[in-house]
Write a protein that binds this ligand. Structure first.
Ligand SMILES: Cc1cc2nc3c(=O)[nH]c(=O)nc-3n(C[C@H](O)[C@H](O)[C@H](O)COP(=O)(O)OP(=O)(O)OC[C@H]3O[C@@H](n4cnc5c(N)ncnc54)[C@H](O)[C@@H]3O)c2cc1C
Length: 470
C-alpha cells in the first residue's frame, strides 16, 4: 500500500465559488461519494458524508485510472498525489488464455494521451479511496466512518443514522452503491427488474513473483514483462484474466478474472492457485446487468443518485471508477452556479441530462469489452484471434487499422473518445448553453462566469440577503 501518512496536496482554487453555499448530505464513501465531497467543498459547499465502513483503506483489488479520470484529479491539483499512489501504464499486452499464445502489444500513443490532458495510471482501489478520503477531510468535509444511514426522509430532507442521530441538509446525495437505500427510492416500482447474470468477477492483489514464475498457472509473464508496466490480458473461452502492477517499486500486482458462475472455480481458472498463495482470498462479485434507471432525481427534487447507485458499472471494468468520479465533478461544477435555493431541482436535473447519455454509452462499452474478452469458441472467436495474429505477424498493433489505407478500428476510436472526454468542460458548456438562458428567463442579470441578481446591482438587496432568497 502507498504510505498512508503522506499529507495530500492543497486543492487548486475552482474557476467559480457558489454564491449560495448549501448543505449536502452524502450517503456512501466509495469513489462517487468521496469525489463528490471533494468537488462540492472545493466550490464552497458544506458537506457531511456518512460511510458504513469503519476504514476506507482495506485491500480489495486493483484500479485502472483512465485519462478521463486522472485529468480531473490533475485539474484539482492532485497530480503529485496520483503519482505517489500509482504507476504510469505503457500499453496493453494480449494473449490467449487456453494456449498462452501472444497476440501482440498495443503501446499507448503518448501524443494522443497528452491531448487528453490525463494519463493512464494503475493503482489499488484502496489507495485511490484513501487519497480521496484524505483530500475530502483536509478540504473541510465532515466524514463519519463506521456509521450507517438507516432511513431517508426526502420531504423533510433528513437522514437517520445507526447512532439514532438525525441530520438535515439541502440536498441528499445517494452514493451508496447498487445495493444501497437510495436507488430503490428513485426506481418506479421500488425494485430493479431481475438483472442478467452471465459472469462472476474475481479480484485479488498477488505477489508479482508468483504470476511471473509459474507458467502452469495459465498466466505467464516473463522477466522482461515485469519491467514494462503494461496491462496483461488473457482472452479465454467464457473466461478471461487481467493483471497489472499497482505502484512503482511494488512487488504486488492486481489480478482480476471473469468466468461463468456455474463452473467450479478450479476448472475455470488455473489462476485460482494464485489467490491461495496470496494473503487473502479473492473478492468474488457477480457481474449483474441491470436495466437502465430512468430517473436519477427523486420527485422531491432534493435527492440525487450517482455512481453505481445510478448506473451500476461492470465490476472491475476499466471505466467503473472514472464514471463515479466524473459524476462528482459534474455535480459540483453545476452547483458552483447556485445563487438561490429554488435552483436546486434544475441543477439536479441538469446533472441527470448531462450524465445519462454519456454513462450509458460507456457502460455498454465496458460490458461489450468483457463479452469480447470471454468470446465462446466458434467462428467469431476464431475470426478475432486470426485478425490479431495477422496484425502481429505484420508487425502491427492488434488495435491498429489492418492496412495503411484502412480506417482506424471503431473500438479504438471509441476508447479515444472516452479518454478524451472532459466531464468538467461538458458541465461548463451546459451552463453557457442552457443555464444562463434559464437565469435570464428568471429575470437575473447574467454575466459569463458570475451571476448577479438585478436587485443586488440596483442596491435593493445585499449579497447575503439575496443568498437567503428561496
Ligand atoms: C469495498 C469495495 C471495494 C471495491 N473494490 C474495487 C476494486 O478493487 N477494484 C475496482 O475496480 N472496483 C472496486 N469496487 C467497485 C467500485 O468502487 C465501483 O464500481 C465504482 O467505483 C463506483 O463506486 P461508488 O462509489 O458508486 O459505489 P461503491 O464503491 O459501491 O460505494 C458505495 C459505498 O456506500 C456505502 N454504503 C452503502 N449503504 C450505506 C448506508 N446505508 N450507509 C452508509 N454507507 C453506505 C458502502 O459501504 C460503500 O462504501 C469496490 C467497491 C467497494 C464497495
Amino acid at each position: 500500500m502507498a504510505t498512508s501518512d503522506s499529507k495530500p496536496s492543497k486543492l487548486l482554487p475552482p474557476k467559480k465559488y457558489a454564491a449560495l453555499p448549501i448543505d449536502f448530505l452524502i450517503i456512501g464513501g466509495g469513489i462517487a461519494g468521496l469525489s463528490s465531497a471533494i468537488a462540492l467543498t472545493r466550490v464552497g459547499h458544506r458537506v457531511t458524508l456518512i460511510e458504513r465502513d469503519a476504514t476506507v483503506d482495506h485491500e480489495t483489488g486493483g484500479c485502472r485510472m483512465t485519462p478521463n479520470l486522472s485529468k480531473i484529479l490533475y485539474h484539482w491539483g492532485l497530480e503529485k498525489d496520483v503519482r505517489r499512489i500509482g504507476v504510469k501504464s505503457t500499453g496493453i499486452d494480449l494473449q490467449l488464455y487456453e494456449t498462452g499464445e501472444r497476440l501482440g502489444t498495443h503501446m499507448w500513443d503518448y501524443e494522443m494521451l497528452s491531448e487528453t490532458r490525463g494519463e493512464f495510471i494503475f493503482t489499488r482501489h484502496a489507495d485511490l479511496r484513501k487519497l480521496l478520503y484524505d483530500v475530502a477531510v483536509a478540504n473541510g468535509a465532515k466524514v463519519r466512518l463506521g456509521t450507517e444511514v438507516t432511513g431517508v426522509d426526502t420531504e423533510e430532507r433528513r437522514v437517520k443514522l445507526s447512532t439514532g442521530e438525525v441530520l438535515t441538509g439541502d440536498v441528499i446525495v445517494g452514493a451508496d452503491g447498487v445495493k444501497g437505500l437510495c436507488r430503490p427510492m428513485v426506481l418506479e416500482e421500488g425494485v430493479d427488474d431481475a438483472p442478467n447474470h452471465r459472469y462472476n468477477y474475481y479480484a485479488s492483489i498477488v505477489p508479482r513473483s508468483i504470476i511471473a514464475q509459474d507458467s502452469a498457472l495459465g498466466c505467464y509473464i516473463t522477466e522482461e514483462d515485469e519491467l514494462q508496466k503494461r496491462l496483461y490480458c488473457w482472452f479465454g473461452h467464457e473466461r478471461c484474466a487481467l493483471t497489472h502492477p499497482v505502484a512503482e517499486q511494488d512487488t504486488d500486482w492486481a489480478l482480476l478474472a471473469y468466468g461463468l458462475p456455474n463452473v467450479a472455480l478450479k476448472q475455470k481458472f488455473r489462476i485460482q492457485k494464485l489467490s491461495k498463495l496470496s494473503n487473502q482470498p479473492p473478492v468474488c462479485v457477480p457481474v449483474l446487468e441491470y436495466p437502465e434507471l430512468e430517473e436519477w432525481v427523486h420527485d422531491s427534487g432534493r435527492l440525487i443518485v450517482l455512481g453505481d447507485a445510478a448506473h451500476p458499472m461492470t465490476p472491475g471494468g476499466i471505466q467503473a471508477a472514472a464514471m463515479a468520479l466524473e459524476d462528482g465533478a459534474v455535480l459540483a461544477k453545476l452547483f458552483s452556479h447556485i445563487r438561490t435555493s429554488d435552483q436546486i431541482p434544475t441543477l439536479l436535473y441538469a446533472y441527470q441530462d448531462l450524465r445519462q447519455p454519456h454513462v450509458r454509452r460507456v457502460q455498454q462499452k465496458d460490458l461489450s469489452d468483457l463479452y469480447f474478452q470471454c468470446t465462446p469458441p466458434g467462428e467469431v472467436q476464431q475470426g478475432s484471434d486470426d485478425f490479431m495474429r495477422a496484425q502481429r505477424d505484420a508487425g502491427r498493433s492488434p488495435l491498429a487499422p489492418a492496412g495503411a489505407d484502412e480506417e482506424e478500428l471503431p473500438e479504438w476510436t471509441e476508447i479515444k473518445d472516452v479518454f478524451g472526454y472532459d466531464a468538467e468542460d461538458d458541465a461548463d458548456n451546459w451552463w453557457v448553453e442552457w443555464g444562463l438562458l434559464r437565469e435570464r428567463a428568471r429575470g437575473t442579470d447574467v454575466k459569463l462566469g458570475f451571476v448577479e441578481p438585478i436587485a443586488i446591482r440596483q442596491g435593493r438587496m445585499s449579497v447575503s440577503e439575496a443568498a437567503t432568497v428561496s
